[in-house]
Design a protein around this ligand. Structure first.
Ligand SMILES: [Zn+2]
Length: 545
């Protein structure tokens, strides 16, 4: 507590020092535009009355600890600029941004705040948006930035000779050779395929390949090179949340009438794992992911056999992976391809996200109730949020979870790829004219709701990127959705293909995401063609502190 307060005091001092230094710059700028930003000289009482004030710029986007300058221009009734007037500046929320008497704004915490300039009793304001400082791993580029033209992957790694070959390409076709930092202190330059012989093949490496384009533009990609199993330093997780990949098919019983696991499921035999990807290491990562996901639902999921111990089973017929949220033990199926080469981590986190979110809340679990043609706006949007929240958490806190760099990079690359899918789905939703739908028509081969639920996930992720925080907002999203009860189910009407039910479903998710970020996002979603009922929104959004 004491330490906490001290840290804040230190921050405030630093901030003031920066602000004071910048004040001179701000004052110079201000004197050109408006007037000297003096706070000591009282306004000239004989001067003309102020009729209007305009604060410029009207919006300011900053990152935490950045500063930005605002100006206020006062005019009289005739539209003449009134120079030399004192501007009184105020921030509506000084925890997000502060403002000096000279109009210099200092960003303090992620969020949005109005900063008001008042002259002679007239006011105007600017909206200041503050983004968090980016963490080492995030999805900002995948969601909002330029796509990656450079790709590379380990093609072979011989643990006897130490010889490694990396294959790849760059669709921008740079004219300058790539530079390669091999991770063992050696640096070379060249083209694909790239080879290197490591002196020590008893450990793994992360290789950084940098591309140089015309001008000063560069880009890079990181590639894990694996000779041995990832060197995990195990961190504890609750045994009741352990995920296992059993060697023998367990007896699966259904907890939901009418729901049966698909036939033909088998266990993953040892041929799916090996020296560089031991079964126990995959189980470890999935168990840590499960512990994170249980935290997102605040452990408010149906208890299954006294815990929530998921098992991973192999589907030799169907591609992809799927959730078996309704079985005991809770399970998910995955095609064998998921454990050949690099595991499909992000998809596995996705299926586990279904398992947790559909078994929540314990008192009235969503699974089995919202199922049918109208479930995806909740279940699929949530699974997307869960998978990226877990990757964000595990990669940015890899040391705490005992994950070595090469394994964290695997997870990062997997989640970046799936974030790219979210972005592509959103882009397609826009280009097709925002075809909002919560009803997957069983008579058509496609899923009409795909663009809609991916857009919900995308909006969540964009706000999470701005805050550089996924777990806290997603926990709040789930907190609101865990209020699901019979009355909400009646309004959700999962078997009804009508406008009122569709509006409720949209409003429920917009209220949940809004609650997640403590920000009314109705306008943003309305612009994306989501039908929102204001009364329902207000009731849902206001139902929790
Ligand atoms: Zn899914």
């Amino acid at each position: 507590m004491k330490q906490h307060r001290f840290a804040h005091a230190g921050l405030a001092r630093t901030s003031r020092r920066i602000a004071a230094g910048w004040l001179l710059v701000g004052a110079t700028a201000c004197s050109r535009d408006v007037a000297a930003p003096s706070t000591t000289t009282p306004p000239d009482s004989t001067a003309a009355a102020v009729a209007s004030v305009a604060v410029t710029p009207s919006t300011l986007s900053l990152t935490v600890s950045e500063t930005g300058q605002l100006s206020a221009l006062a005019k009289d009734q005739a539209g003449n600029t009134l120079a030399g007037r004192t501007v009184v500046w105020a921030s509506r929320d000084t925890t997000i941004a502060t403002v000096t008497s000279g109009g210099l704004v200092a960003a303090r915490a992620p969020g949005s705040v109005a900063v008001v300039g008042t002259v002679g009793g007239k006011s105007d304001s600017a909206v200041v948006s503050v983004a968090a400082q980016a963490l080492a791993f995030n999805f900002t580029r995948e969601l909002l930035g330029t796509s990656r033209s450079l790709s590379a992957a380990e093609q072979s790694a011989d643990p006897v000779s130490g010889l490694v070959t990396i294959e790849g390409g760059d669709t921008r076709q740079p004219a300058t050779p790539f530079s390669i930092a091999w991770g063992d202190g050696d640096y070379t330059s060249g083209w694909f395929p790239m080879t290197h012989t490591y002196r020590d093949a008893a450990k793994n490496y992360v290789v950084r390949i940098t591309a140089y384009y015309s001008g000063t533009s560069t880009d890079y990609t990181d590639v894990p090179v694996r000779f041995v199993a990832p060197q995990i330093s195990p961190a504890a997780y609750p045994a009741s949340l352990a995920v296992s990949i059993p060697t023998q098919l367990p007896v699966l019983t259904s907890r939901e009438p009418g729901y049966l696991p698909p036939p033909g499921l088998v266990a993953f035999d040892d041929s799916y794992f090996g020296a560089v990807l031991p079964r126990a290491d995959v189980e470890y990562v999935l168990s840590q992911a499960a512990a994170v996901e249980a935290g997102i639902v605040e452990n408010d999921m149906e208890s299954v056999d006294g815990g929530f111990r998921q098992v991973v089973l192999r589907d030799p017929v169907n591609g992809g992976a799927y959730s078996l949220w309704f079985t005991s033990p809770v399970a998910f199926g995955a095609n064998g391809a998921y454990f050949q080469g690099t595991p499909g981590w992000s998809s596995l986190f996705h299926e586990m996200g279904h398992n947790f979110s559909l078994n929540a809340p314990a008192a009235f679990r969503l699974g089995g109730r919202i199922d049918g043609c109208a479930n995806a706006i909740v279940s699929e949007a949530l699974a997307q949020m869960f998978q990226h929240a877990v990757a964000f958490e595990l990669v940015n806190n890899a040391t705490r979870y005992g994950l070595p760099a090469d394994l964290a990079l695997d997870i990062a690359n997997s989640a970046r790829a799936s974030a790219g899918v979210v972005r592509a789905a959103y882009d397609a939703y826009l280009s097709r004219g925002k075809p909002f739908s919560t009803w997957n028509d069983p008579a058509t081969p496609g899923d009409e709701t795909f663009g809609t639920f991916m857009t919900v996930a995308r909006q969540f992720m964009v706000h999470a990127e701005q805050a550089q925080s996924y777990l806290a907002p997603l926990t709040r999203v789930m907190r609101l959705l865990r209020r699901f009860d019979q009355a909400m189910l009646d309004a959700y009407a999962p078997q009804a293909n009508d406008a009122a039910a569709s509006t409720f479903r949209a409003t429920l998710m917009v209220a949940a995401v809004s609650y997640g970020f403590r920000q009314d996002l109705r306008a943003e979603f309305r612009a994306l063609n989501f039908p929102i009922d204001d009364a329902t929104f207000t009731t849902l959004y206001g139902s929790l502190p």
